[in-house]
Design a protein around this ligand. Structure first.
Ligand code: GDP
Ligand code: IMO
Ligand code: MG
Length: 430
């Protein structure tokens, strides 16, 4: 019996949604444990594209339980829209297939207002957040002023907490951020409405997961964002506000570490990043443009163009170490078709020093020159490959070389967005 965690090994958008959807075949329960609707996970099933922001990417399989853990920050309006969208397509029709932790924190309208206003004020120095209120919601959680689902269920508690928050946030919005203030009654009524619709899903998901795991049910934990966006281990301050790494599974789902047997890192065969922050292998010329076009690198949440660059083994090795990755799923190999040479970054040079480990200093990262090793490219399209031996020799060599450089087994190679466009080398559930 094994439970599996899927973790982004780069700056997000590695293709976690596709891989989680695929692995759900062998799981009973899929759990989101951090982040919020800053995530955009794309699934392509029978040619139809679905983008999920909050609901776990197991939702397109019938009879699989989807769980939103306590570590997720939930915008209830967005969640209801997502549920409705899935139902329209014939998914998630049974209420019993979704559970939300009673300890998950709510994203409130003031969180979004503060997030967006701060970004505007930061001007050129902005982080490039998704503007969904993620950072301010986690700030309140840590400041012990946040509002959880359990609070929303009780009218008096919710009223008191909202009142205190609104008073404080309105002063901050008006005096510091020069923004409009928010109306207590409007928010109170809207959120009580959300409560009526969401109450049936709310439970103690930690206790539920413990019971299910003991009963032999297989659990798939779905990370959002990626290791390099982790608030502790990423390119701080150009990060998100949660722990995206494996430790986040224990805190954000309420399970002990011995319940996780396999940790699969998802990495593109190259690198992308959306928003600001250092990116040592970024390509600003025609090669970056080609990656962006061939890879359709536009954000699934905000539609922003993603910055593109070569595979960064320094970053992925960092993800291997922090997450204790047991395997890597390598995605978007098909996008590299048509490049004559494909460089791999094996180290950085910065300020006269050689970095083989990912530095904590943003300054070192900003000035980093990648040390590149060049591989020969290929011209054949890859999307029909289903075995490693179906790939052109140079593509096979590229995969094997990446495996050597990051010292982790590649258990899956993805060659297109579709569920079936996959070379599965090892099933993590068996
Ligand atoms: P996530 O946030 O990690 O789930 O990734 P996103 O869904 O934001 O971005 C990944 C994008 O790449 C989506 O548009 C996927 O449909 C697409 N994708 C996933 N795997 C592959 C692949 O192997 N090849 C190609 N061409 N596209 C892929
Ligand atoms: P998935 O799960 C890529 C980035 C934002 C910004 C930074 C902080 O689809 O991989 P935030 O709104 O979280 O405060 O923004 O993090 N970011 C992501 N980048 N994929 C994501 O999620 C992201 N979620 C947040 O662009 O740079
Ligand atoms: Mg995404």
């Amino acid at each position: 019996m094994s439970n599996v965690a899927v973790i982004g090994a780069q700056w997000g958008d590695e293709g976690k949604g596709k891989i989680v959807d695929l692995f759900t075949h062998d799981a009973d329960i899929v759990v989101r444990f951090q982040g919020g609707n800053n995530a955009g996970h794309t699934l392509v099933v029978n040619g139809e594209k679905t983008v999920l922001h909050l609901i776990p990417s197991g939702a397109l399989h019938s009879h699989k339980l989807c769980v939103i853990g306590n570590g997720v920050v939930v915008d209830p309006g967005i969640l209801l829209e997502e549920i409705a969208g899935l139902r329209k397509k014939g998914y998630l029709c049974d209420d019993a297939l979704l559970r939300i932790s009673d300890a998950a924190h709510l994203i409130m309208p003031y969180h979004k207002a503060i997030d967006q206003a701060r970004e505007r004020l930061r001007g050129k120095g902005k982080i490039g957040t998704t503007g969904r209120g993620i950072g301010p919601a986690y700030e309140d959680k840590v400041a012990r002023t946040g509002i959880r689902f359990i609070d929303l269920l009780d009218a008096t508690t919710f009223r008191d907490k909202l009142k205190r928050n609104i008073e404080e946030k309105n002063i901050y919005l008006k005096a510091i951020l020069k923004e409009k203030t928010l109306d207590f009654k409007e928010i109170y009524d809207a959120y009580r409405g959300y409560r009526d619709e969401l109450e049936k899903y709310v439970t103690n998901t930690g206790v539920m997961l413990d019971r299910e795991i003991k009963a032999g049910r297989k659990v798939l934990f779905e990370g959002a964002q990626g290791t390099l966006l982790d608030v502790d281990h990423g390119t701080y301050p150009y990060v998100t506000s949660s722990n995206t790494v494996i430790g986040g599974v224990c805190t954000g789902a309420g399970v002990g570490p011995r319940n996780i047997q396999q940790v699969i890192g998802i990495s593109k065969a190259y690198t992308t990043r959306v928003g600001s922050g250092p990116f040592p292998t970024e390509l600003k010329g025609p090669e970056g443009e080609k990656l962006k076009q061939e890879g359709a690198e536009f954000g699934a949440t905000t539609g922003r163009a993603r910055r593109c660059g070569w595979f960064d083994a320094v970053g992925v090795r960092h993800a291997v170490r922090i997450n204790g990755l047991t395997g890597i799923a390598l995605t978007k190999l098909d996008v590299l078709t048509g490049f004559k040479k494909i460089p791999i970054c094996t180290a950085y040079r910065s300020g006269g020093a050689l970095y083989e480990e990912f530095p904590s200093s943003v300054k070192a990262l900003k000035n980093a020159e990648p040390v590149l090793e060049e591989m020969e490219g290929w011209n054949e399209p890859l999307s029909k490959a289903r075995k490693l031996s179906d790939l052109p020799d140079n593509a096979q060599r590229y995969v094997r070389r990446l495996e050597e450089i990051v010292q982790t087994e590649i258990i899956l190679v993805s060659v297109g967005p579709g569920r079936e466009e996959t070379i599965l080398l090892k099933n993590p559930f068996v």
